[in-house]
Design a protein around this ligand. Structure first.
Ligand code: PEP
Length: 251
């Protein structure tokens, strides 16, 4: 039985005050979430205050990216060890915004996956097709290529130590959600692809859906057999909305 995970991706949003309010709201309401694990992936500068607020709570936290390097002359980068030092459990890896705006290749993302694991973090590994790719009918080929890059680097056992997030790029921040059926189809494909290497890893790995998930559509998405939670952008910035998604996963 896979535990649902509802993880927030705050992206580059927040102020000291808004983050303090958000964290306080999450802490006071998380008791209503009975089944899912809740986590927030904060901008690096807010991680210390996130750690301070959430230590001892039921909510985990993480970063939004990780360097492939452990330390050294890499201006602007944050290492997995630094995230771990501030209590992070998770690191988002290969988000489409990093693939698009920072030119991250499948191979670099796989290297980051391994770097996160080596630092003791759980990678939340994002895959997903663009609208153009969906219209060309190559969704499965794109997602397979992205998943295979991690398997090729470290084997299916390495992949199994992370969490996969299927995030159709056309659904991120657009208000357009994949229908539960569209999402389930790709989730089942990803799981079968992993099963081709190891049925045990396929059975155990959490596959989250991400792309305009909100309190209004979460329950239907989360009801699907292969959707094990959500990676939430916009709706994770409001405590009530984010918690409502967690509550939608209550057994
Ligand atoms: C995301 O960026 O991971 C995401 C799913 O964003 P949104 O929920 O805003 O579409």
């Amino acid at each position: 039985m896979r535990q649902p995970l509802v993880a927030g991706n705050w992206k580059m949003n927040g102020t000291r005050q808004s983050v303090a309010e958000l964290l306080a709201g999450l802490k006071s309401g998380v008791g209503q979430v009975t089944t899912a694990e809740m986590a927030v992936c904060a901008p690096a500068i807010f991680i210390p205050m996130t750690e301070e607020a959430l230590t001892g709570s039921a909510i985990s936290w993480g970063g939004q990216d990780v360097s492939v390097h452990e330390s050294g002359a890499y201006t602007g980068e944050i290492s997995g060890g630094m995230l771990k030092d501030f209590g992070c459990k998770y690191a988002i890896i290969g988000h489409s915004e990093r693939r698009t705006y920072h030119g991250e290749s499948d191979e670099l993302v796989a290297e980051k996956f391994e770097a996160a694991l080596n630092a003791g973090l759980v990678p939340i590994f994002c895959v997903g097709e663009t609208l153009e790719e969906r219209e060309q009918g190559v969704t499965e080929a794109v997602v397979a290529r992205q998943v295979d890059a991690v398997i090729n680097r470290g084997g299916v056992e390495m992949l199994g130590k992370g969490v996969i997030a299927y995030e159709p790029v056309w659904a991120i921040g657009t208000g357009k959600t994949a229908s539960p059926e569209q999402a389930q189809e790709v989730h089942a494909f990803i799981r079968s692809r992993v099963a081709g290497h190891s049925q045990a890893v396929a059975d155990g790995i959490q596959i989250l859906y991400g792309g305009s998930m909100n309190p209004g559509n979460a329950a239907q998405l989360l009801a699907k057999a292969d959707i094990d939670g959500g990676l939430i952008g916009g709706a994770s910035l409001k405590a009530a909305d984010f918690l409502a998604i967690g509550i939608a996963a209550n057994a």
